[in-house]
Design a protein around this ligand. Structure first.
Ligand code: GAP
Length: 460
């Protein structure tokens, strides 16, 4: 059984099956903006809920936060985003297309991805689209600016946050004072971030509006190596939980010369997407740089005093930083499975290739589909009762159109782990057939036992 996957097929499935649509499509869309459809929102919510559980609520040393997107602009002065959060931009003098110079260099393998030090001759590069000459490089700030209040003058300038981390640092003192936490502890947040990216590419991989999962884990300086390793293994576990294959994950240790000056260690998690190997997440030891910057710019004391020893210090931080949309995309790419020739044994589908979205069962947008063998009574009535019962516990759907083989394949394509078939015998023996997406094994289960059976399957 050969398997093939491509971005084109994944993007097509995402649109036609209700996972992701181009934003404002009836008006011609908007570059790199996407909307999560009915199945997409379920999958994304499941990923977010699982992250929140694993990284925040399941742990005794973590709390959560939901900070505002628009913050006092001084936050971004202190964090360095206003001065330094920029990408190198070049324009094509002929077709006027804009490019990120570092990406063009990477594509040409002129320098290794992270080697910012190597000087290059701009004449080595040309427009990838038309071969035209490029302008000299200029730095382009990625912060999305807006104005607060009715008058658009400098006093009203504000920014949409470029990362969620800022909201965590500025609430450090509030959380310490209100939650009686002891270092080491961390604050986790899920939320939108905005970057005016020069180039957007590869579906939801790089967009201007996206979501992040971020943690700032506050520690004593002496503990940084131990804490870094702990978060590294939590992130590895998370990648496997998403269904990513170990062989497609690369941990890229960022060399000294390529790290931000305040970071003592950074690892980028990279994933082999169908369009190429690219950054998925980052894990960084950022020393005490951020809290000290905010202490200096705000004039507030952001030190922590140990309640027992009275030792007073500014904590250091380990920062696991993950993208929600990239998690979604990696999960979708890993799950997409096309089986040439199909795996069904029915004659109608034997020759066609079959798509199975092998999402982890816990993440599947729809957990169970109820499929009556007939649209008519009394099967319809019994099936509707089963559906409504299941809906109290699971996201469940009803599908009565087409042959049973076609209906199984429709559910396989969207990753539904279980299909419940209600047949004429069900009226007599009060049992239904439950079919597993991956093994295709079918069990005959009493209707009264169905909920318990499925709960067991989902480890609930
Ligand atoms: N606080 C550190 C920070 O924001 P980052 O590497 O710039 O670090 C962290 O971003 C993660 O956010 C990335 O690894 C990626 O998963 C996600 N991310 C960043 N820019 C993105 C974009 N334009 N579109 C989608 N996801 C993005």
């Amino acid at each position: 059984m050969a398997e093939t996957k491509s971005m084109e097929k994944i993007v097509n499935l995402a649109k036609t099956r209700g996972f992701i649509y181009p934003s404002s499509e009836i008006y011609g869309g908007l570059s790199a903006a996407y909307d999560y459809g009915p199945l997409g929102v379920e999958l994304k919510n499941n990923i977010k809920a699982a992250w929140w559980k694993k990284f925040v609520t399941e742990r005794p040393d973590m709390v959560g936060l939901d900070a505002a997107i628009i913050m006092n602009p001084k936050v971004w002065e202190a964090s360095g985003h206003l001065q330094n959060f920029s990408d190198p931009l070049v324009d094509c003098k002929s077709c006027h297309k804009r490019w990120r110079e570092d990406h063009l260099l990477e594509d040409k393998a002129i320098k290794p991805k992270y080697d910012k030090a190597r000087p290059h001759d701009p004449r080595e590069l040309h427009c990838p689209e038309c071969g035209g000459e490029l302008t000299p490089v200029r730095q382009f700030n990625l912060m999305l600016k807006t104005f607060l209040g009715p008058i658009e003058d400098t006093s009203g300038i504000a920014y949409l946050r470029p990362e969620t981390a800022g909201g965590i640092f500025v609430n450090f003192k509030n959380v310490v004072d209100s939650m009686r936490l002891k270092v080491p502890f961390g604050i986790g947040q899920i939320g939108k971030a905005f970057r005016n990216e020069i180039t957007t590419e590869n579906f939801i991989f790089r967009t201007r509006e996206f979501e992040q999962f971020e943690i700032e884990y506050f520690i004593r300086e002496k503990d940084w190596k131990k804490s870094f390793d702990q978060w590294l293994s939590v992130m590895r576990e998370w990648c496997l939980f998403l269904g990513l294959d170990k062989k497609d994950l690369i941990e890229h240790e960022i060399e000294d010369k390529d790290r931000a000056f305040y970071s003592k260690r950074t690892i980028d998690f990279e994933y082999k997407f169908p369009f190429g190997q690219s950054e998925l997440y980052g894990l960084a030891y950022r020393t005490d740089y951020d809290l000290k910057q905010h202490q200096q710019f705000s004039g507030q004391d952001l030190s922590y005093t140990d309640p027992v020893t009275k030792e007073k210090f500014v904590p250091h931080v380990i920062e696991p930083s993950l993208g929600v949309d990239r998690s979604f995309l990696a999960c979708l790419c890993a799950a997409y499975t096309e089986i040439e020739g199909g795996r069904s044994t029915t004659t109608e589908s034997i020759k066609e290739s079959e798509v199975v979205l092998k999402l982890p069962y816990a993440l599947a947008p729809i957990k169970v589909a109820v499929l009556p063998l007939s649209k008519k009574e009394p099967l319809a009535d019994l099936s509707q009762h089963i559906l409504l019962d299941l809906k109290k516990n699971f996201v469940a759907v009803y599908d009565e159109t087409g042959s049973i083989g076609k209906r199984y394949r429709r559910q396989d394509e969207i990753g539904t782990p279980y299909c419940v078939t209600v047949d004429f015998e069900s009226l007599e023996d009060k049992k239904v057939t439950v079919r597993d997406r991956d093994t295709m094994v079918q069990d005959r289960v009493a209707i009264t036992e169905l909920l318990v059976y499925l709960k067991e399957k989902f480890n609930l």
